[in-house]
Design a protein around this ligand. Sequence first.
Ligand SMILES: NC(=O)c1ccc[n+]([C@@H]2O[C@H](COP(=O)([O-])OP(=O)(O)OC[C@H]3O[C@@H](n4cnc5c(N)ncnc54)[C@H](O)[C@@H]3O)[C@@H](O)[C@H]2O)c1
Length: 257
Amino acid sequence: MYPVDLTGQNAVVFGVANDRSIAWAIAKTLAGAGARIALTYQNERLQSRVARLADSLDDAVILPCDAAQDGDIEQVFESLASEMGSLSILVHSIAFANQEDLAGRLADTGREGFRLALEISAFTLLPMVRCAAPLMTGGGSVIAMTFHASSRVYPGYNVMGTAKAALEHEVRQLAHEYGGANIRVNAISAGPVDTLAARGISGFLDMKRTHASRAPLQRNITADEVAKSALFLCSDLSSAVTGTVLPVDAGYHIMAV
Ligand SMILES: NC(=O)c1ccc[n+]([C@@H]2O[C@H](COP(=O)([O-])OP(=O)(O)OC[C@H]3O[C@@H](n4cnc5c(N)ncnc54)[C@H](O)[C@@H]3O)[C@@H](O)[C@H]2O)c1
């Protein structure tokens, strides 16, 4: 499909909920380049849908993982060790905040809502990388998904912006900690894409319209475009790129008006 060969490499992708998920676009693209894919699903409600998607890939593995549970994360990597042996790629494409914390004022966020958003959307990258590293014996590539609201104010994005700022910091710190093992850690800052998670953000459609009208490329982006950049970050083409946040947003982030 693209001139990148990931044959013989194994990838675990967290965050497929349905066929609109950014994680699914990435999983398909990595599989198209020859990687063997493991998908995780958050709960039983999502299991059959994720299983159907996995069936469309060659020899994919599917595993349960509620990232709120340390034991689930550890179990994923134990299963990967026995099912796949080694790992080259880890994609973290999960985020969560309570609906009431994605509207109104950030100032009204309660302690529990703040904890939950930061825990699921940012903290979880840490145990995932820690558990993946021993399997990345030949080096590896880790990708997390972030958004421009980490550094700019998007009314409505609220505590998720705080979580993305934390996530981007983790990307830099982990890149430093795992660079000696040739494990690269990067994030993609995607422009607005219509997904289940995006629909929960108040003002999302306005945000999408504004991006399309102001971005240098004068349009929105697609999940497949995020996936192509993920393929670059997962491949040898980006062998010296780590600790970075790559905007895949039709250029929106450079604009002041
Ligand atoms: N869609 C956008 O506009 C956009 C833009 C920039 C960044 N992102 C980021 O991309 C990532 C993927 O989101 P998406 O837009 O594809 O939406 P999505 O709803 O398809 O994916 C979110 C995923 O998070 C998972 N998740 C939530 N809580 C979990 C938990 N406790 N355990 C395990 N998994 C859990 C869900 O099951 C789901 O698969 C998120 O980090 C999101 O913030 C999205």
